[in-house]
Design a protein around this ligand. Structure first.
Ligand SMILES: Cc1ncc(C[n+]2csc(CCOP(=O)(O)OP(=O)(O)O)c2C)c(N)n1
Ligand SMILES: [Mg+2]
Length: 592
């Protein structure tokens, strides 16, 4: 179990250790030093920092504490805020531990951009700390206003920038509230459903002497996610036992080893087809498992034909445009937040809604089904027959074409040849996401990661965060060309070198925004755009030279236009990666 670096108590422990267990706060001189100390004491390992005039007391605090031998988070410079927030988000996904991102007042908060949406939708535990313009009017040791920007950055509602997305916001206005504000920030961010804690603090408060009276880091327990109601578990198991065509739809059960193992166990036990992942997200069941329904049309057909739908940890289980449920279908919905009030028009049907951790619920359902099978051999036979027929349909892995023009599927098949089962793929492939889902083999838990949300530009920062969390693994981002550019590649590749977190990026270059062109055709099938085979604002005619961009940012660059060039290019890029250097492989695929 992870232990808190200062007090030695289990981090996230559900037990209240009591104030007596709290360590003595070291001699800190400023509220900023107290803040940095508290972050480390609460287990925050990294502080991603884009500094401004507001952060000066924090910057000084880090060195002062280090010289005094007091643990601090490791500070990582950030040259673009959205990149570091995506990194912190990804770090949470891999470790379940919230990290801190410092941004400059309102301007830095604005630069977090769409990554704030991703954090909310993917339920990631992260702490953003933003400076606030000083309250004091005169410059001096109290930290008061010293520059024109300190008037310009005085805005009516700084937290309002993120209020629609943050789980919790708080301004630290007095030193005596600091320990509670930081304890709550960590607790709120990490508790399920996890989310964004947004703290603001002005420079003059950071300069204030600390208030250490009764300061404590213990007593901010992160609650264990709820276990399912036993009566609901019995209903789900009973329905699965009686079902003729059940299906499990899940988007994120595979985020934990427990969830991944439970999906496989239930699929094997009940002969249950498994689908989901419309939002992206983790691999929930090995792609080689015969019950993994990877083809979107087959998934829609399985859900349309199902009499029992077990919907676990999924926000978008199917598209109503493609799925019409059977009139007699029963939907059992399990989620730590099954009502999803943050999506105002979320109206998927649920006959039984169970508020519970998905993995815990599946484990309980499996235990209940074991009892049913033991008591009723007819159920055991139905399950075994269904499992056998699904196993019979399993297909052999496909080979990458050796020659010819590159396709997205061909790129995935080539990746299957050159990457290892433990390598972690970070995916942001947009219109090619279904191709990845069907062609890329990911057999192990945690080896496919996506933002599971719609704010593009996540993959590069995400890859940095994954590599930070798993320095023992190779990390490979697979992105659209548009998504690559949204990811602020000059910053992300520079950070790979600064932080020592190299990753490989595979760009699926289809010449621009295909996802923004196809809806023009489908909404106006007889329209001018469809006739011209073009839609304004969607094609890149002056895209950067991607390998040259990589080279300018200390990374190895390759371009492949044909299948015969791809595997050698990928192997050279992986060799660079293994030698500690980031790499970019541009794959030129068809534009349509
Ligand atoms: C931050 C952000 N801006 C704009 C969009 C709208 N959008 C969705 S898909 C897309 C195009 C993505 O292009 P690319 O990554 O090349 O993938 P492709 O569509 O070509 O498959 C855009 C602009 C978005 N989702 N997020
Ligand atoms: Mg594209």
């Amino acid at each position: 179990m992870r232990t808190d670096s200062v007090s030695g108590t289990p981090a996230g422990s559900a037990e209240y250790a009591g104030a007596a267990a709290a360590p003595l706060v070291p001699a800190v001189k400023t509220t900023a030093e107290h803040l940095v100390y508290l972050l480390a004491a609460h287990g925050v390992e990294y502080l991603f920092l884009n500094p401004g005039t507001d952060s000066a007391p924090i910057q000084e605090a880090v060195y002062a504490l280090q010289e005094a031998g007091v643990p601090t988070p490791t500070v990582l410079i950030s040259t673009f805020e959205s990149v570091s927030l995506a990194a912190a988000h990804a770090y949470w996904k891999v470790t379940g531990r919230p990290q801190a991102v410092f941004v400059h007042v309102d301007a830095g908060t604005q630069n977090l951009g769409a990554m704030v949406h991703n954090v909310m939708r993917d339920r990631a535990g992260v702490i953003v700390i933003a400076g606030k313009t000083p309250y004091g009017e005169k410059a001096g040791p109290s930290g008061g206003r010293s520059s024109a920007i300190h008037w310009q950055q005085d805005v009516p509602d700084q937290a309002g920038i993120v209020r629609g997305y943050a789980k919790w916001t708080q301004e630290i206005t007095r030193p005596e509230m600091l320990d509670r504000a930081v304890g709550r920030a960590v607790q709120v961010a990490a508790s399920a459903p996890a989310g964004l804690s947004y703290l603001t603090v002005s420079r003059d408060v950071l300069m204030d002497p600390p208030c250490l009276d009764e300061s404590r880091v213990s007593g901010y327990a992160v609650p264990a996610p709820p276990a399912p109601d036993p009566a609901a578990v019995a209903r789900v198991a009973g329905a699965l036992a009686a079902a003729e065509a059940p299906v499990l739809v899940t988007s994120r059960l595979g985020r934990t080893p427990e969830g991944f193992a439970a999906v496989e166990k239930l699929a094997d036990l009940a002969g249950l087809p498994v689908t989901g992942r419309l939002e992206g997200g983790p691999v929930n069941l090995s792609t080689r498992h015969p019950m993994n329904v990877r083809n979107p049309a087959e998934a829609a057909a399985a859900i349309s034909a199902a009499d029992v739908i077990l919907l676990v940890e999924s926000d978008v289980p199917w598209l109503p445009a493609h799925v019409t449920l059977r009139p007699d279908a029963q939907v059992f919905h399990v989620d730590v937040d099954p009502v999803k009030a943050s999506m105002p028009l979320w109206a998927y049907p649920a006959d039984v809604a169970v508020q519970a951790d998905g993995a815990a619920a599946l484990t309980a359902i499996i235990a209940e089904l074991d009892k049913v099978i033991t008591a009723d051999p007819a159920v055991a036979k139905r399950f075994a027959d269904r499992a056998r027929s699904l196993r019979d349909r399993a297909t052999a892995p496909r080979q990458a074409p050796a020659v010819g023009p590159l396709t997205a599927a061909g790129v995935m098949l080539a990746l299957n040849e050159v990457i290892d089962a433990g390598d972690i793929v970070v995916e942001e492939a947009v219109t090619n996401a279904p191709v990845i889902a069907q062609a890329l083999e990911r057999t192990r838990q945690g080896t496919l990661v996506g933002s599971a949300a719609s704010g593009l530009g996540w993959a590069l920062g995400g890859a940095l965060g994954v590599r930070l969390a798993r320095p023992d693994r190779r990390v490979i981002a697979v992105t659209g060309d548009g998504s690559f550019l949204f990811g602020v590649p000059t910053s992300a590749l520079m950070m790979a070198a600064e932080w020592g977190t190299p990753f490989l990026t595979v760009i699926l270059n289809n010449g621009g925004y295909r996802a923004s062109r196809l809806p023009v055709y489908s909404l106006f099938p007889g329209g001018v755009s469809a006739r011209r085979g073009d839609a304004v604002g969607t094609r890149f005619t002056k895209a950067p030279d991607y390998p040259a961009l990589a080279a300018a940012c200390h990374a190895h660059g390759e371009r492949a236009e044909r299948a015969e060039d791809l595997v050698p290019a990928l192997r050279r890029a992986l060799a660079a990666l293994d030698a500690g250097r980031a790499a970019v492989v541009e794959c030129v695929i068809a534009q349509d």
